[in-house]
Design a protein around this ligand. Sequence first.
Ligand code: ATP
Length: 215
Amino acid sequence: MSTRSGPVGVFGGTFDPVHNGHLRSALELVELLQLDHLRLMPCAQPPHGKTPAVAAGHRAAMVELAVRDEPRLSCDARELGRSGASYTVDSLLELRGELGESASLCLVMGGDAVAHLDSWNRWEQLGELAHIVVLARPGWQLPESGVVADWLRQHAVPDAAELGLRPAGAVLVERLRQLPISSTEIRQMLAAGRSPRYLLPAPVLDYIQDNQLYL
Ligand code: ATP
């Protein structure tokens, strides 16, 4: 018998490095959606061409350090164990196998990502395997026309309560606090010899310095 108390969330990203923008969003989502827990899932090899600045092992280690004191967040490093491009759909298939058919599973993605959803591998299968939770960002809106727009409209639900009622297939847009932090800016600060302290957890910055990353 399952002891889970709510849907399970999975939040994919490059996390190069993980920062307080990611972490604050993750925690707010756990509370807003009443998730049992949320897994931050670093992508080993992004399918869309952008090569990460540091190896996947380092990025996962930093996520581990970032979440170690928050039991509702975890690092899911499953994509590091697969070769080739990291397809989210493969991770959801694995997770579905582990959690069972009836568990509610929520895939979290940024508004920037959802606009290009139809370029994702087997994109329509994502909604069969999980709910899609889209993080709205300022100056951003859902695509208004095209296949993705039609698909999002078809599956849209008005509030988070719907997510616990079925295992997959709903689309929910959530507006969270916006911390204007990006991994790109942190990498630039480090490369320029400036300190990104307080933009990311202290143990993550210590790890970056100990391993001389992003120089
Ligand atoms: P980069 O600057 O290297 O592109 P990033 O900071 O956008 O990186 P990613 O690892 O690419 O981080 O993002 C993972 C997910 O986190 C994406 O869905 C993205 O939309 C979201 N995200 C990134 N920064 C923030 C932030 N400051 N607040 C909330 N969500 C964020």
